[in-house]
Design a protein around this ligand. Sequence first.
Ligand SMILES: Cc1ncc(COP(=O)(O)O)c(C=O)c1O
Length: 344
Amino acid sequence: MIDLRSDTVTKPSPAMREAMARAEVGDDVYGEDPTVNLLQNEVAALLGKEAALFVPSGTMANQIGIWAHTRPGDEVLVSQGAHCMIFESGAGAALSGVQFRTVGNPNGMVTAAEVDAAIHPDNPHYPPTQLVALENTHNRGGGRIAPQREIEAIAEVTRRRGIALHLDGARLWNVHAATKTPLPILTKPFDTVSVCLSKGLGAPVGSMLAGPRALISRAVRRRKMLGGGMRQAGVLAAAGRHAIAHNLSRLEGDHVNARSFATNIAQATGVELELGSVETNIVIWELATSVPFDAATFVARAKEKGLLLNAMGARKLRVVTHFDVSAADCKRAAEIAVAILNAA
Ligand SMILES: Cc1ncc(COP(=O)(O)O)c(C=O)c1O
C-alpha cells in the first residue's frame, strides 16, 4: 500500500527509536523530565518565543492556545476550513465556550482588511472578538503558504484592535522549508504558535505550544486539566528532538514529490488541479463533472489498486506526501490515479 492519506502516518525510523530508547526520563508532571525540558527549551529558542510546552497533540496545542486568549462567549476569527474549527471535535465550543466565525477565501487565505472589517465593535449585541487564529500551511487550502507580509499586516490590525493572534503551525516547518524564511520571522507576528512534531517531521506523538512565559505557565495547568500531563514523556520528547535535528532539512523532498504527483495527474482527463496551488506537501484536486463517480468511489477504487488517499468533499481528493513514501511511490500513485480516471 502507498499511504498518502496524511503525513501523520509516518512510523518512527530505527534511528529515532534508538534515540527514544536512550532518552533520559523523569516525571514531567513534576517538571523533572530532562528530555522534555530540553525539547521545550530548544523549540522555544527555535521559534523565537519565551517558552514552549510539550503536549500530546496539535489539537491540544491549538485548544489550549484558544482557551488562553479567550473567555466563554468570545468570538474567534478563523480562516475558511480552519482545522481548529472543523477538525477538533467541537473543542472550541465545548472546552473554551467560544464561537468561530470564518473570514477570507476558500483556500484558507485571509487578508488584513478582511480581519479589520470582521472584528466586532464594542456593542452588547455582538460577541467580543478576542482572537484571530490563522493556519500556515493551510491543510484544507491544499498546503498553501500564507504570504508573510499579509500575516504581518494582520498582526498590526490585531495589535491596534487589542486582540490576540494565534497560529496553527502544525505544518509551519513546511513553510520554513519551502520559503527558507527563518522560523522566528514566521512566528514573530503571533502571540502563540502551535507546531506538530508528528506530521512532516515524522515523530510518533507530540506537539508544542509556544508563547509568552506567563501564558505557558497557565497552559501547564490547562494541559493537566485536559488529561495531557504525561509522566516519563522523555521517550516521546526524544523522538521530537530527533525529528527536528534530522528531518526538518528533509521536508523539501516531500514538496518535490507532491509537485511531481500533481504534475503527473494534472494532464489526465477529469482532473481539475491548478499546479500553482501545490506549494508544499499537500495536493488537493477536484473530479470534473465529466467523471461519472464521486470522490468516495475514487478512494475505494484506489485502495483496491494499492493507493490510500482521502476524500475531502463530494468530488474533492487529497494526497499528502511524507518521509515514508519515495519519489517512485509517488510516481506509482499518480499512475494508479490516472488509470482510475482513464477507466471511467
Ligand atoms: C493544520 C492542522 N492543525 C492541527 C492538527 C491537529 O493535530 P493532531 O492530529 O495532532 O491533533 C492537524 C492534524 O492533522 C492539522 O492538519
